[in-house]
Design a protein around this ligand. Structure first.
Ligand code: NAI
Length: 287
């Protein structure tokens, strides 16, 4: 097989925006797609089947194969049900795009525990629930492809998005370890930080910028990360408007203290500690 042809891929939050586009592109390339969407509003309230059904209809009209799933990824049962839909309809699961998302933006001093929890439940726990249900299948068959939706807010931070940034940063931590644990089973795990005009960003970026950021620029990058020939793993890609970049952590040359320093001695060497000249890609010293 080549590309994603014949592969069974579940895309969560696929009823709108980026997830819809991922599903259309994957199905057009011959994948069988589980189109998951809870069908709620941008803040996570409400639910319905229309969003997922519309995308499935679009795929079928174009001659592709897809089934709808309406479960919330925010629960363990929901995550299992997404993978269950793939097994019931197509007999296997080869890839997950963990893309479902909501927003509850607020400055940190105004953020409630409910705003925090709701966002973690959909993005971070949602990723866990679906991936954990698919993982045994990936290991057993010696093939699996994972793409999680992160964000530049998770990588760099953004005003009003402490909850969202923490969840998106957590997903990078998740794929870093899944890449290590999955390597010997041909299970690859990467993260995409998309930039696209969707209902999520419609009031966040200026219209002239959004006009250039259609979701179709991002979908082929996600498609490649799911392809049989892809070998990339543990990477974070930023993609939007025709640009595709890899982001990663670097470690400064830093200093090595021969003896336990005083607070003042740390301060004296601070400029050297944080100087990124000659920094190298970081790695886990115990990994
Ligand atoms: P969107 O709001 O158009 O689509 C998100 C979809 O997720 C919606 O259809 C919604 O119904 C679904 N969803 C929400 N909660 C769910 C749940 N519990 N279970 C199942 N489905 C659920 O947003 P967009 O822009 O397409 O975002 C897709 C992903 O990309 C999100 O994870 C978002 O955080 C991420 N992202 C998007 C960026 C952009 O520029 N649009 C920037 C950075 C990240």
């Amino acid at each position: 097989m080549a590309g994603v042809e014949g592969r069974v891929i579940a895309v969560t939050g696929a009823g709108n925006g980026l997830g819809r586009q991922y599903s259309l592109v994957l199905a057009a390339a011959g994948a069988k797609v589980v189109v998951n969407d809870l069908g709620g509003a941008r803040d996570g309230s409400g639910s319905g089947s229309a969003a997922a059904d519309a995308v499935v209809a679009e795929i079928k009209d174009a001659g592709g194969e897809a089934v709808a799933n309406y479960d919330s990824v925010a629960t363990e049962e929901g995550g299992k049900a997404v993978v269950g839909s793939a097994l019931d309809a197509f007999g296997r699961i080869d890839g997950i795009v963990s893309n479902a998302g909501i927003l509850r933006d607020k400055a940190f001093h105004k953020m409630t525990a409910d705003d925090w929890n709701a966002v973690q439940q959909v993005h971070l726990y949602g990723g866990f629930h679906v991936l954990h249900a698919a993982w045994p299948h990936f290991r057993e068959q010696g093939h699996g492809r994972i793409v999680v939706a992160t964000s530049t807010s998770g990588i760099y931070g953004n005003f009003g998005q402490a909850n969202y940034g923490a969840a998106k940063g957590g997903l990078i931590g998740l794929i870093n370890t899944l890449a290590i644990e999955g390597r010997k089973y041909n299970v690859l795990a990467n993260a995409i930080a998309p930039m696209a005009a969707t209902r999520m960003t419609e009031d966040i970026a200026p219209p002239e910028m959004l006009a250039k950021l259609t979701p179709d620029h991002v979908a082929p990058v996600v498609g490649y990360l799911l392809a049989d020939e892809c070998t990339e793993t543990g990477s974070v890609l930023v993609a939007g408007g025709g640009q595709v970049h890899r982001v990663r952590q670097f470690q400064s040359k830093g200093v090595a203290f021969a003896e336990v320093p005083t607070i003042e001695q740390v301060g004296d060497r601070w400029a050297e500690i944080v100087d990124l000249d000659g920094a190298v890609p970081g790695s886990n010293p115990v990994g």
